[in-house]
Design a protein. Structure first.
Length: 113
């Protein structure tokens, strides 16, 4: 992500995980759009995804996983800054948290060793 949040601001670990998704929302002109893209990383509470559309903070979007057929409602909580490696990415968070990505996350006290 564009800036690393302080450790206390992360609710769960993040995993680099590519998942093909379709996202849908309403653009600045009030028109519905859909885009096929992929995740960059995922967590129990959301994901960061690549996008070619401009989003606003707290904007709601629908995410559909192409391979698993799951649909969920998310909101934008982070936008990658122009001119950084994260440009063209957004961070999304569940509106109603549930198991979605089809993977198991390590326990929060997992040290990776």
């Amino acid at each position: 992500m564009a800036t690393e949040p302080q450790p206390h601001s992360r609710r769960s670990s993040r995993l680099n995980f590519r998942c093909r998704v379709k996202i849908g929302s309403i653009d600045a002109q009030g028109k519905r759009f859909s885009e096929e893209t992929e995740t960059v990383c995922v967590s129990k509470f959301g994901a960061s995804i690549k996008t070619t559309h401009a989003f606003r903070m707290h904007q709601t979007l629908t995410v559909y996983t192409v391979d698993r057929g799951h649909t969920g409602q998310f909101q934008v909580v982070w936008i990658g800054k122009d001119g950084t490696p994260e440009e063209g990415q957004i961070g999304i968070e569940w509106l109603n948290v549930r198991r979605f990505w089809g993977i198991e996350f390590p326990p929060e006290d997992w040290g990776g060793s």
